[in-house]
Design a protein around this ligand. Structure first.
Ligand SMILES: Cc1cc2nc3c(=O)[nH]c(=O)nc-3n(C[C@H](O)[C@H](O)[C@H](O)COP(=O)(O)O)c2cc1C
Length: 206
């Protein structure tokens, strides 16, 4: 089957990408609301784009009401975001943090996700993550009807339990949780995968 992407709908394109480019890493993004609350949300359309300087891209679609996602609004307002790599122990919290809440309402407070501040001036990250990047907004790319934020990592946090001076971290020491909720060397977690699929499709462009 060959599908022509100019004839498929935005939702079909989303499904094709989402279900073929797997597993994808997840950026667990912390940002600050105007009232000071911490917003947390997972994004799997996430990739490192450049090494020097280290820049990541995250494609942010709109909320179900068509408005910008809270993460996008906060990043473009404050110019700051922290990206955490999720541990397998955080799967439930990561999943809960994808809930669409009112602007200024924190997923961290709503779902009791404890936070830790790694670098002043940057949003705190979920407690217990082993790797996080404290980033400044580098640019916003408008590609068709979507928007991607480019985030430049100004600080990298590597937990002492995995840090090595030669920077050769061993994959088994980092829980590499991906878009299919698959951990390296582990089985899919079917219930989460099921819930997540419906959630992601609900949040996708119609
Ligand atoms: C595992 C996972 C990956 C997701 N990836 C994306 C993504 O790449 N882009 C996106 O716009 N939404 C993605 N979502 C949906 C957002 O997390 C969701 O819309 C969230 O409510 C956005 O929060 P915010 O409005 O606080 O920014 C994903 C959800 C999950 C569970």
């Amino acid at each position: 089957m060959i599908l022509e992407t100019h004839t498929t709908t935005p939702l079909q394109n989303y499904k094709i990408l989402s279900n073929t480019i797997t597993p994808r890493p997840i950026a667990w993004v912390s940002t600050i609301f105007p009232n000071g609350n911490v917003n947390l949300a997972p994004f799997s359309f996430f990739a490192p784009m450049s090494v020097n300087p280290p820049i990541f891209s995250i494609c942010m679609m709109t909320k179900s009401d068509g408005l910008e996602k809270d993460s996008f609004r906060n990043i473009t307002t404050t110019q700051k975001a922290s990206i955490s790599m999720c541990e397998s122990s955080h799967l439930q919290a990561l999943h809960e943090s994808s809930t669409e809440l009112e602007f200024n309402i924190s997923e961290a407070s709503t779902f009791d996700i404890p936070l830790m501040l790694l670098q002043s001036g940057y949003p705190p990250v979920p407690k217990g993550v082993k790797v996080a990047f404290m980033c400044d907004l580098y640019d916003v790319l408008k590609l068709g009807d979507g928007k991607s934020v480019l985030l430049e990592a100004k600080y990298c946090y590597i937990d002492d339990s995995i840090y090595r001076e030669d920077l050769h971290f061993q994959p088994p020491f980092i829980a590499r949780v991906g878009r299919m909720y698959k951990e390296l060397g582990a089985q899919l977690i079917p219930e989460l995968h099921q819930v997540h699929n419906s959630l992601e499709i609900d949040n996708s462009p119609e």
